[in-house]
Design a protein around this ligand. Structure first.
Ligand SMILES: Cc1cc2nc3c(=O)[nH]c(=O)nc-3n(C[C@H](O)[C@H](O)[C@H](O)COP(=O)(O)OP(=O)(O)OC[C@H]3O[C@@H](n4cnc5c(N)ncnc54)[C@H](O)[C@@H]3O)c2cc1C
Length: 469
C-alpha cells in the first residue's frame, strides 16, 4: 500500500486523510505547521470563548457525500441555524441575506432608485460588452449603483486593488449574486413559500467551525493515520519513485521518504520548498502570484451579547474592517456568562502598516469603526487580541492567469504529486469545496495508480465553484 505525505491540516488535508484511511487506500502521515488543525477554517479557545478565524459557516450547498460524513462525524454537535446578518449600506442597516422588504423600505432611496434604473437599462435591447475585469463584468451585469456602493469598495478593502485591476474570474465565478437574475433569485429565496431548501440557513458545529477538520482528523487517526501537529515541512526532494520530506518540529529536523505527496499548502510556499533549479516561468510566477492576508481583531466585552446578529458586513471605505462577527451567536452559546467577543476582519498585506500594528492600535481602530456605524461600545473592551492569516484570499490581479498556469502546469508535471485545496489550487473556495476536492482526489487513487484523466475532469468541475459568504 502507498504511503502518502499530506501537507497541511486544513479541511482539504484532514478530509483526504480521513477518506484515504476510511477506504483503506494508503498509509497517511499529515504534516501541519500549526499546533491545531483546521487551517484558516480552524478554531481556538481563549478565556472560555470558542473563536474562529473570522465568520465561518458551512453552506447547505455542500456536496451530499461530504455532508453525510460531516453529519455522521459531528452528530448532534452540527447545528442548523438561520442566517441573521446585516449590511451597513450608505449609513443604513439592511438584513443580509437581502429580503424583498429591504429593497423597498430599508435601503437608502438613492440606492433603491439607482438599482431599479440599472435593472431597467439592463433589459433594454442591445448587447452589453462584459469586458475582462472584475469591474467591467460586474458593471455590465449589475449596473453602476450596486457596484459603486457595495461591490467595488468592498473589493478594494478585501483585495487591496482597484476593481479595474482585478481579473474577471473574481466576478464571474466568485460573486454569488453577480447578475440581476441571480440577485432576484436570492432575494425571492427569502420569501416563505418560494424558499429553496437551505436558503437563508447554515450549519455550524457546536465546538466552533474548526470542529469539522478536527473530527475528520480524529477519525482518520482512529483509522491509522498519523497526524503531526506543530510540524512544518521545510524541504521537498524528488526521488526516482516518490518524495523525500524534510520537516521540523521543536527545532528538530526529520527526513522521511514517501511514495506520494499531496499538498494543500499555498502553491507559492510549495514552490520555494522544492529548492533551486525551477524553470524560469515558475520562478516568475512564484514572484508574481500572491495571497491577501488578514488580521482578525478580537474584542472581549463584559456583556452577555453585543447584538442579536451573527455578522455585520461593512463595504464602506471609511472603515478598516470588512466584516464583524459575534461568535457566541453562531452556536447559540450561553457560556461564558456576561462576556462576549467581537471578531473584526481586517484584510491587509503581510508586512504592511496594519499587519505590524499592535493589538491596542487595532482595538482602537475597530472601536472607532463601531462608533462610525452607530454601534458604539458601551465600555472599553476587557481584552483585545489578534490572529493573523498570512494567506487568506488568492489575489486575481489582471494578468494572473499565465502565472497560475505556469505554476499549475509545473505542479501537474511532477510525478506522484498532487496540489489541491483552496491554497493548492489558488482558488477562492469554501470549506465544502476544499473537502469535495479531497474526496475527488481520493476517488482518483486506484491501488498504486492515480487516474489523471479523471482528476482533469474534476478540475474542470472545481472551476465552476461559486464562493458563498
Ligand atoms: C475570513 C475568512 C472567512 C471564511 N469564511 C468561510 C465560510 O463562512 N464558509 C466556508 O465554507 N469557507 C470560508 N472561508 C474559506 C475557508 O477558510 C477555506 O475554504 C478553507 O480553510 C480551505 O481549506 P484548505 O485545507 O484548502 O486550506 P487552509 O485552511 O488554508 O489549510 C492549509 C494548511 O496548510 C498549513 N501549512 C502551510 N504551510 C505549511 C508547511 N510548510 N508545513 C505544514 N503545514 C503547512 C497551514 O498552516 C494550514 O493549516 C473563509 C476564509 C476566510 C479567510
Amino acid at each position: 500500500m502507498s504511503r502518502i505525505a499530506i501537507l497541511g491540516g486544513g479541511p482539504a488535508g484532514c478530509g483526504a486523510a480521513y477518506k484515504l484511511r476510511a477506504e483503506n487506500k494508503a498509509e497517511v502521515v499529515l504534516f501541519e505547521r500549526n499546533d491545531r488543525l483546521g487551517g484558516n477554517a480552524g478554531s481556538f479557545e481563549r478565556g472560555g470563548h470558542v473563536l474562529d478565524y473570522g465568520s465561518h459557516r458551512l453552506h447547505p450547498s455542500c456536496a451530499e457525500e461530504v455532508m453525510r460524513d460531516i453529519e455522521s462525524l459531528l452528530g448532534a454537535d452540527l447545528l442548523d441555524r438561520p442566517r441573521h446578518g446585516r449590511i451597513r449600506l450608505l449609513g443604513k442597516w439592511v438584513h443580509f441575506p437581502l429580503k424583498p422588504v429591504d429593497l423597498l423600505f430599508h435601503l437608502d432611496k438613492r440606492f433603491t432608485i439607482g438599482t431599479f434604473r440599472d435593472m431597467f437599462r439592463k433589459v433594454l435591447p442591445g448587447r452589453k460588452d462584459e469586458g475582462a475585469t472584475f469591474a467591467s463584468v460586474l458593471e455590465a451585469n449589475l449596473g453602476p449603483t450596486i457596484c459603486e456602493h457595495f461591490y467595488f469598495p468592498y473589493a478594494r478593502k478585501i483585495w487591496g486593488l482597484e476593481p479595474e485591476a482585478m481579473g474577471a474570474i473574481q466576478a464571474r465565478r466568485r460573486v454569488a449574486s453577480g447578475s440581476f437574475a441571480k440577485l432576484i433569485r436570492k432575494i425571492l429565496g427569502q420569501v416563505p413559500g418560494l424558499r429553496p431548501k437551505g436558503a437563508g440557513r447554515f450549519f455550524y458545529p457546536r465546538g466552533g467551525f474548526g470542529q469539522i477538520s478536527e473530527a475528520y482528523a480524529a477519525r482518520a487517526a482512529e483509522l491509522g493515520a498519523e497526524i503531526r501537529l506543530a510540524t512544518e515541512v521545510v524541504g521537498l526532494e524528488r526521488l526516482p519513485a516518490g518524495w523525500r520530506v524534510r520537516s521540523r518540529r521543536d527545532g528538530e529536523e526529520r527526513v522521511e521518504d514517501f511514495d506520494r505527496l499531496w499538498s494543500t499548502i499555498p502553491l507559492t510556499i510549495l514552490g520555494r520548498l522544492m529548492g533551486e533549479g525551477l524553470p524560469d516561468e515558475v520562478e516568475t510566477a512564484l514572484g508574481s502570484l500572491d495571497y491577501r492576508a488578514m488580521i482578525l481583531v478580537y474584542l472581549e466585552l463584559d456583556q452577555e451579547r453585543f447584538t442579536e446578529f451573527d455578522a455585520h458586513y461593512f463595504p464602506g471605505a471609511e472603515l478598516t474592517m470588512t466584516r464583524m462577527s459575534e461568535p457566541k451567536n453562531y452556536a447559540v452559546r450561553t457560556k461564558p456568562e456576561n462576556r462576549t467577543v467581537l471578531c473584526a476582519e481586517v484584510p491587509c498585506d503581510r508586512g504592511d502598516e496594519l499587519w505590524n500594528a499592535s493589538d491596542e492600535e487595532l482595538g482602537r481602530r475597530i472601536a472607532r469603526d463601531l462608533e462610525l456605524t452607530e454601534l458604539p461600545l458601551a465600555r472599553p473592551p476587557v481584552a483585545v487580541f489578534s490572529a493573523r492569516l498570512p494567506q487568506a484570499y488568492p489575489i486575481y490581479q489582471l494578468g494572473w492567469e499565465p502565472w497560475f498556469e505556469a505554476l499549475d502546469h509545473w505542479a501537474r508535471s511532477l510525478p506522484r504529486f498532487l496540489s489541491y485545496g483552496r491554497q493548492g489550487l489558488f482558488a477562492h473556495d469554501n470549506t465544502h469545496h476544499a473537502l469535495a476536492m479531497a474526496y475527488a482526489a481520493v476517488s482518483c487513487l486506484d491501488g498504486e495508480a492515480f487516474d489523471e484523466g479523471r482528476w482533469a475532469e474534476y478540475r474542470d468541475d472545481f472551476s465552476h465553484h461559486v464562493v458563498e459568504d
